[in-house]
Design a protein around this ligand. Structure first.
Ligand SMILES: Cc1cc2nc3c(=O)[nH]c(=O)nc-3n(C[C@H](O)[C@H](O)[C@H](O)COP(=O)(O)OP(=O)(O)OC[C@H]3O[C@@H](n4cnc5c(N)ncnc54)[C@H](O)[C@@H]3O)c2cc1C
Length: 427
């Protein structure tokens, strides 16, 4: 059963949220051109882009808009796709890899343009560093950078030696890395709330505390909620890692993973000793560490993952040892917030975007790279519904096999596999 009627997680983001709009619950039947299930980046961006094209849109969110991963994540806006270009070329050939790269870059540009166009106050800051935690990863890293610079004309990369990355990140645990200027970080909940406002003013009807409990097999599909039925020509499933018991096939192709973040107390001048140029950072671990400074000089650090159905009881002390591996000098610092969120990964770590049948669309499984990709997927869904599916189809061609065990048994199988990979981080 979908979780519904919940307030925002007790995060740093909720504590610093700006311009929250409380949308009503849906109390009766409704009719729209498009019904969207889920109020994260995917659903909100689809609502905005469809409304701008003149479609009537009803978006239903089981909790609050931005309640899911979109309001809880690390806020890092990455380039291209979740997989390296060398891997994409090997899997799909150069032409498709280049298309995916171009659309990934467009996703990054879209987020920045939405922030500007709708004046979304979400602390956007350029610069992102990739840090290698094993010496043996450096040769692959250099090969990938070479490919990006020569074949993809990427111009904004700076590579770091061991000393340089220590200076950039205030920790000596990394062997090297690279920085890109055009990627960066933002306040994810304020960005989601900005999208919601933009969609609302563009004419989308948004309802909170309204869960879809069933999507019918009919053509077009009808969406049932506790208080009514929504009739629409097209339905978009945008529940990502939180979608439950709505569409078995979609759910069997993504795996919900829980990931955790803490935020320290404000660090004042000490913050500059950690990340003097205030980039975001992510490292090469399989269970990735990601961190950055907030506008008010806190360290926001993500690390640690669980694969079962529950969160750890004490999230602060679940994440803190990971942070101290990089920054033992912060042992005396108070942790003000700690929270968890659920993302969805696919077997190939590439998004699952499909027209499932006439009038039914799904988009999910961004595998930890959803700030850009989910925002962009919303735009692609709007294009596809308007009959312009060329760019949408660059993604629909990507393979997304179901997880072994399907929807019911995917967790235990994955937990075993993930634990093995997480162990490899330590070898
Ligand atoms: C801890 C964490 C850190 C992350 N860090 C990053 C990062 O730094 N950079 C990055 O690019 N990505 C990151 N991600 C991933 C990114 O947050 C997601 O890919 C992205 O937010 C997905 O957006 P979405 O709209 O598809 O899903 P969500 O934001 O999860 O939204 C889905 C919404 O659907 C609603 N819903 C579900 N079922 C129903 C239903 N039946 N009826 C009505 N509503 C329903 C849920 O309540 C939820 O609000 C992170 C994720 C997590 C959890």
């Amino acid at each position: 059963m979908t979780v519904s009627g919940e307030a925002h997680a007790p995060s740093y983001y909720a504590a610093t949220a700006k311009g929250l709009i409380n949308f009503p619950a849906l109390e009766s039947d409704a009719r729209a051109d498009v019904c969207i299930i889920g109020g994260g980046y995917t659903g909100l961006s689809a609502a905005l882009h469809l409304s701008e094209r003149g479609y009537s849109v009803v978006l239903i969110e089981a909790n609050k808009v931005g309640w899911g991963a979109s309001g809880r994540n690390g806020g890092q806006l990455h380039s291209a796709q979740r997989r390296e270009q060398s891997t994409l070329e090997k899997w799909f050939g150069k032409k498709h890899a280049h298309q995916l790269f171009d659309l990934g870059e467009e996703a990054k540009a879209l987020v920045k343009s939405l922030i500007t166009k709708y004046e979304i106050d979400c602390d956007w800051q350029e610069g992102l560093i990739h840090a290698m935690h094993k010496r043996r990863y450096l040769s692959d890293m250099n090969r990938e950078i070479d490919l990006l610079q020569k074949d993809y004309q990427v111009k904004d990369i700076t590579t770091f030696s061991r000393d340089e990355i220590a200076a950039a990140l205030g920790t000596d645990v990394y062997y090297g890395g690279w920085r890109e200027q055009s990627a960066g970080h933002l306040h994810p909940l304020n960005y989601a709330l900005g999208l919601a406002r933009a969609a609302h003013f563009a004419g989308a009807r948004i309802y909170e505390d309204t869960a879809a409990i069933e999507v019918s097999e009919s053509d077009p599909p009808r969406v049932k909620t506790a208080k009514g039925t929504i009739t629409a020509d097209a339905v978009i499933l945008a529940g990502n890692g939180y979608l439950q018991d709505i569409h078995e096939d979609t759910e069997s192709r993504v795996m919900p993973l829980h990931n955790f973040i803490l935020t320290t107390e404000p660090l004042g001048a000490r913050a500059d000793e950690l990340i003097p140029r205030r980039e975001a950072a992510a490292d090469s671990r399989f269970v990735v560490y990601y961190w950055r400074l907030t506008r008010d000089n806190r360290l926001l650090f993500g690390g640690g993952e669980t694969y079962g159905t529950t969160f750890p009881n004490d999230i602060k002390n679940f994440v803190r040892p990971h942070m101290l591996k990089l920054y033992p000098q912060l042992a005396d610092v108070k942790i003000d917030y700690a929270w968890g969120g659920t993302l969805a990964v696919t077997m190939k770590r590439l998004p699952y975007i499909r027209r499932l049948r006439r009038g039914l669309y799904t988009s999910c499984g961004y595998s930890g790279q959803g700030v850009g990709t989910a925002s962009f997927a919303g735009k692609l869904l709007a294009e596809a519904i308007a009959g312009e599916a060329e760019r949408f189809d660059v993604f629909t061609k990507l393979p997304a096999p179901p997880f072994p065990g399907g929807r019911m048994f995917r967790s235990p199988t994955l937990a075993l596999a993930m634990t093995w990979y997480a162990l490899r981080d330590r070898l």
